[in-house]
Design a protein around this ligand. Structure first.
Ligand code: UGB
Length: 590
């Protein structure tokens, strides 16, 4: 059927002949049309099949499925079919937690007990195009007071959970909580380098598994003909498939079965730059355990039009219903099409009635494995072609199928126990996603989701937690950095081993302490007790291992000041420019 390929058959190994049949059966003969006689470009032809082999093996059902799915989704898109046709949205009900109350404290305790039966999965294959930062996002400092990067904080938090959990569980528990990082070609080598050059931030290397997602083939037209790379006609153009790949990768890695056989019960998924996330993990895991949720999504109150998905109950005309994330670009049109003329709007609370999905999912391992045995981890996909005109016959540039990890519940049976847990955003959510220019354009009152707000949110959360524990923490001042107005609270940070759950914090701050607004307080160690401290300046407390340290008395010094930085000033490091400030360490007590 394809003469140029026919003439090159002698070059192909057996499996390559099979792969070429698949491609021809799926209408892809154009991929070979320009192939010259054998003897010319033979190495490039072999490389082409190496790529085809990878594309085929990394997609559930192989390339044939990919092309068939693409054809169907492209036809639906051309016909203007709405994926939510027949569904009516309504506000779902879920668990709403109040930080620090008895219920919260008891859920945290349950969650910590469960943690030694958990495994953590970080999706970190995204390049962060919206942030415009050149490196990998997990290497960015979570805050610049200690300079610890996101990955270090995540690992230290998992290790702190592991230590606390083993202590609580009866008998001798020596569990090592597994930690998986999903990378992509864009992030893989830098992630490995970051881990290796920092001795895995204290985690045993055997606890860490890296799973690299492959990109998927680009589609040139409505017939799902695969696009060739404009710079290399022996290469299929590829683009990222989205964070939904994490499910098929976990399935094919064999890790899930291994975890099950060692008694694990929970898999916790999280994203690359939420510095507050681990404030929410213990209580949310407690909710999963007490409610028996097969799926638990973490959510925060959401401002209308905020670029986070909305958790929505969808009821179909045929009676089916499900609670699922509706992505931010689809929530407004869905609401308008179903009798809400204002679309995605705030209600009397000042927030959208649809809780915001922060893409932290807790899945119960047993039912998750059962589901993946059926689907092999394939997740419902979508396509978003940019057409040249309203006839929708040609694309401005090639497109591809995409999928999102939070769409996992879409294939579950109605009997599945799917829930969600809402927590305050100040406690649980401060992602770093937007570059300074875009953040400055965010409507007033909506969160910036920038490096500036991400760091300030850490200080705010820690200050509020200490206030709740009874300490006098000064009010913040309002300041503007990179065009964003933020609250500047005292720069308080602590290591995860110190303040893993609220009960720990309460036990370690014993009253009569005060911290002024211009102060910096770094608590780095486990058994540091603060009682009767009056701080106006900078104080760094370091205590190794189990050493007990008591901090008391008056500390006053010049402290660390905040210097404004112009984000266009290229003499500053990029990680500083994107936040618009740096700390000048003038004087401290250590
Ligand atoms: N990611 C990958 O690992 N691989 C990929 O191919 C793509 C991304 P974005 P997004 O909580 O703030 C999500 O780009 O997709 C990783 C939810 O869909 O930061 O725009 C990437 O490294 C949305 O419902 O976010 O929006 C990162 O860790 C809402 O919850 C993660 O996937 C929103 O996040 C997310 O990628 C949010």
């Amino acid at each position: 059927a394809c003469a140029p390929l026919q003439r090159n058959l002698q070059l192909l190994a057996l499996d390559e002949v099979e792969l070429s049949k698949i491609l021809l059966d799926e209408g892809q003969s154009h991929l070979f049309e320009h192939w010259p006689e054998p003897g010319v470009d033979d190495d490039k032809k072999r490389n082409f099949f190496d790529q085809v082999r990878r594309l085929n093996s990394s997609y559930p059902g192989g390339l044939a499925s990919y092309i068939q799915n693409a054809r169907k989704l492209l036809a639906d898109s051309k016909a203007g079919k709405n994926p939510y046709d027949g569904f009516t949205p309504s506000v779902p009900s879920g668990e709403v937690l109040t930080f620090g109350d008895d219920n919260f404290i008891s859920l945290e305790e349950t969650g910590v007990k469960e943690a030694c039966y958990a495994a953590f999965v970080l999706v970190a294959g995204g390049l962060g195009e919206r942030l415009g930062y050149k490196g990998i996002k997990v290497a960015l400092p979570r805050e610049t007071t200690t300079g610890k990067c996101f990955l270090q904080h995540y690992i230290e938090s998992i290790l702190a959970l592991q230590e606390a959990s083993c202590k609580l569980v009866e008998g001798k528990c020596n569990t090592k909580i597994p930690f998986v990082i999903m990378t992509s070609d864009d992030t893989n080598s830098l992630t490995i380098k970051l881990l290796e050059s920092n001795s895995y931030f204290g985690m045993e290397p055997s606890q860490v598994n890296i799973l690299k997602q492959e990109k998927v083939a680009c589609l040139a037209d409505n017939d799902a003909r695969l696009a060739l790379d404009p710079n290399d006609k022996y290469k299929i153009q590829t683009k990222p498939h989205g964070h939904g790949d994490v499910h098929s990768l976990l399935y094919s890695s064999g890790l899930l079965e291994q975890w099950k056989s060692t008694g694990r019960k929970w898999v916790l998924f999280f994203q690359d730059t939420n510095g507050l996330l681990f404030n929410a993990i213990p209580s949310a895991l407690g909710v999963s355990a007490t409610k028996g949720y097969n799926v638990n999504s973490l959510a925060v109150p959401r401002k209308a039009k905020e670029a986070i998905g909305g958790i929505t109950k969808l009821t179909h005309v045929d009676g089916r219903s499900l609670v699922i994330n509706v992505e931010y670009n689809q929530l407004d049109p869905l609401l308008r099409a179903t009798g809400h003329p204002d679309g995605d709007a705030n209600c009397e609370t000042g927030y959208s009635p649809y809780p915001g999905n922060i893409n932290q999912l807790i899945l119960e391992l047993g039912p998750y494995i059962e589901e993946l045995k059926k689907t092999h981890g394939a997740i419902s996909e979508f396509v978003n072609p940019k057409y040249t005109d309203s006839t929708k016959t040609a694309f401005k540039s090639s497109t591809r199928l995409e999928c999102m990890m939070q769409d996992y519940p879409k294939t579950l049976p109605p009997s599945a126990n799917v829930g969600f847990t809402v927590m305050d955003a100040w406690l649980a959510y401060a992602p770093v996603k937007n570059n300074p220019e875009d953040a400055a354009k965010v409507p007033k009152g909506n969160p910036y989701h920038s490096a500036t707000s991400g760091e300030m949110a850490i200080y705010r959360a820690n200050s509020l937690i200490l206030r709740k524990a009874g300490e006098q923490i000064a009010d913040p001042v309002i300041d503007t950095f990179n065009g964003q107005e933020v609250e500047v609270w005292p720069r308080i940070t602590w290591s995860p081993r110190w303040g893993l759950v609220f009960k720990d914090v309460k036990a370690k701050v014993r009253g009569n302490s005060s911290v002024s607004q211009r102060s910096t307080l770094v608590i780095n160690g486990k058994n540091i007790v603060i009682e009767g401290l009056s701080l106006d300046g900078a104080l760094i407390v370091n205590a190794i291992d189990e050493t007990e340290v008591k901090v008391a008395g008056q500390v006053e010094n010049k402290g660390w000041s905040i210097q404004r930085v112009d984000h266009n000033d290229i003499s500053e490091k990029e990680e500083i420019r994107i936040r618009g400030f740096k700390l000048e360490k003038v004087e401290q007590l250590e």
